[in-house]
Design a protein around this ligand. Structure first.
Ligand code: NAD
Length: 321
């Protein structure tokens, strides 16, 4: 199969490209390199089954060309990361709403199956024990940038779902919870690469808020296998799937584990949300997924533990020092 990955030079997308190529597919990666990095796909350039297209999902002609040449579309391009969303809200909204609309329009034009990566941000402040796909969204005002990202991803979901329902477009929606591993950049607020960089430099590890908020971190390799399986499964179309780990850890404890694994002397410092982000910033206290649906359909199961993931990120960053 020839497959298009939008945002193909990004963190998750580049691992997906590796996986698809290893499994005999051809990959076209479309990216404007806004947060993605050429270095993520450098090892693939020049390969007979890999093509990199520098361009934006906001350009309908470019999207038309690449979608028209592929049999499946993984739509991963997005403005990602709380810092980016808070600092560049308008650009982020355009990418995450208009960009997605263009991708779905073109997928529908060619009848090409599409998978879109939505986010656990959809659930907002819902702190249920295990968030199920049908659970309610609890959001703050859309005038707060953080919730604007959630709203944009919700529109992506509605578009994908409606194209499936009204036009019969084979569309799958995936809500990713924190996905981590090598190649993720800390530049836009992602916590593990940021903590690892601070620990390796023996600088203070800065925990936003009081650190009692919890998250579950899933290895990117486990996620991309599930994405590939879901787009091929006919029973996945018109449905939404949570993907993530249910191994819950507080952000304070995460900082301690990173420090231990890095053998670092960093102190751990708490930074108020208002200082880290913006006045009135709201965070979620916890976020744990129920992934029964993906497990039952495609056998999704995280296989890499948190310490192992952290070691891989430390190894990658140590090589770059
Ligand atoms: N990493 C996570 O924990 C996580 C969690 C929830 C959802 N997601 C979703 O997964 C997807 C991939 O995220 P990631 O973590 O790999 O981030 P990433 O920033 O590495 O990937 C996004 C990619 O999209 C590209 N891009 C942005 N705007 C574009 C445009 N207009 N045209 C073409 N390319 C554009 C960027 O350059 C980048 O390569 C995103 O849709 C994101 O919302 C990620």
């Amino acid at each position: 199969m020839r497959v298009l990955i939008t945002g193909g030079a990004g963190f998750i997308a580049s691992h997906l490209a590796d996986y698809l190529l290893e499994n005999g597919h051809s990959v076209v990666a479309l990216d404007d390199l806004s947060t993605g990095r050429h270095s993520n796909v450098e090892h693939l350039l020049g390969g007979p089954n890999f093509e990199f297209v520098l361009g934006s999902i906001l350009n309908p002609d470019v999207v038309d060309d690449v979608v028209g040449r592929c049999e499946a579309v993984f739509h991963l391009a997005a403005a990602v990361g709380v810092h980016l969303i808070v600092n560049h809200p308008l650009r982020s909204l355009a990418t995450n709403i208009r960009g997605s609309e263009i991708v779905f329009e073109k997928a529908n034009k060619y009848g090409t199956r599409v998978l879109v990566t939505s986010s656990s941000e959809i659930y907002g402040k819902n702190r249920s024990d295990r968030l199920h796909e049908d659970d309610d969204r609890i959001l703050g005002s859309p005038l707060k940038s953080r919730w604007a990202y959630s709203e944009a991803k919700a529109i992506d979901e509605i578009l994908a779902y409606t194209y499936w329902k009204e036009k019969g477009l084979p569309a799958v929606i995936v809500r990713l919870f924190n996905t981590v591993g090598p190649r993720q950049t800390g530049a836009y607020g992602m916590v593990i690469p940021r903590f690892v960089a601070q620990a390796l430099r023996n600088e203070p590890i800065t925990v936003y808020g009081d650190g009692t908020q919890t998250r579950c971190f899933c290895y990117v390799g486990d996620i991309v296998r599930a994405l590939a399986a879901l787009i091929e499964h006919p029973d996945a179309y018109g449905r939404v799937f949570n993907l993530g780990s249910d191994d819950e850890v507080s952000v304070q404890r995460l900082a301690e584990i990173v420090r231990e694994e890095a053998g670092s002397h960093s102190e751990i410092q708490n930074v108020a949300y208002e200082v880290a982000y913006e006045e009135g910033f709201e965070d979620m206290a916890r976020r744990v997924p129920d992934t029964t649906r993906a497990r039952e359909l495609v056998g999704f199961k995280p296989t890499v533990g948190l310490r192992e993931i952290i070691r891989l990120v430390i190894e990658e960053q140590s090589l770059a020092l």
